[in-house]
Design a protein around this ligand. Sequence first.
Ligand SMILES: [Zn+2]
Length: 321
Amino acid sequence: METVACNLCGYTSFRPVYQVKDTNYGQAGTFSLVTCERCGLVYLNPRPTTQEIGNYYPADQYHPFRALQKTQAIKPSDMQQKRADKISQLVNNHEKRPILDVGCGSGLFLLAMEQRGWEVFGVEPSDHASNFARTTLNLPVLTGDIFAAQPGTTFDVITFWDVLEHTHSPRAVLQEAHRLLNPNGLLAINVPNWASWERKIFRDKWIAIDAPRHLYHFSPSTLSQLLQSCGFSVMEMRSQTPVMNPASNLLRALGALARSAKHTKNKGQSTSQRATPTISPSPIKRWFIRATDIILSIPNLIANAVGQGGSITVYARKSDK
Ligand SMILES: [Zn+2]
């Protein structure tokens, strides 16, 4: 474990926010989320080092990879298709233009981009996922982080879908992205939104806490400041609520209540606190997700409009420093 200074402003004073456990995969340990006393960035401190962090990504269970094993038809999700359309609209004449997806997982977003005529590249730290992208999808994916990207190659677009919060230094990663982008290149990012209503309601039980894999939690404000200080100008920043998240948060809260009732009844017997994320939802869960989405549709519209949706999506341009 290591103790670090704020990655946004360099300040070393912080105050505690939540004490959290690995509620997604049930690995041992209690972790501290803190907030910088100067700029408000939220981060895990102390945290596993770069050598230790791999222990917290169980390859056989970590859900992006497990999902893949259970997927019958290997194709990009609706979300990946929408993102691919959006980027293709933002870049004129994108035929054969180079795009790098950082933390590309099994490569399905890159597959969507390739189908739209882009020249695609990926980097992915997981051996299992990067190997799948190379061998099954035949994509040029290297095993590693952004610093493993092919030397000498530059890109018109670099994307980070649910990746930046996992990195040990978002600043170093964004500076490297800046270096690898061509002039006026496009950067696209999605991260969980610390300023969301879900986080405010579910607090330390919020599904996107995901300790100790999520080392940083951004709000629209801290993310904008970081992008600006790394040489990017924000073109568009939106918050939105992923369909499954409110339902998953509610189910988890109900599960915790049921466990605590059972625990009180059977005092002294240990009960598992672990809530393994469900990848292929049961029909009941699918119904619950749909019902929650319909019930929350208007509140979500309002939350998204005021920057309190569950995630933040940003499109930014490389600016001249
Ligand atoms: Zn700070």
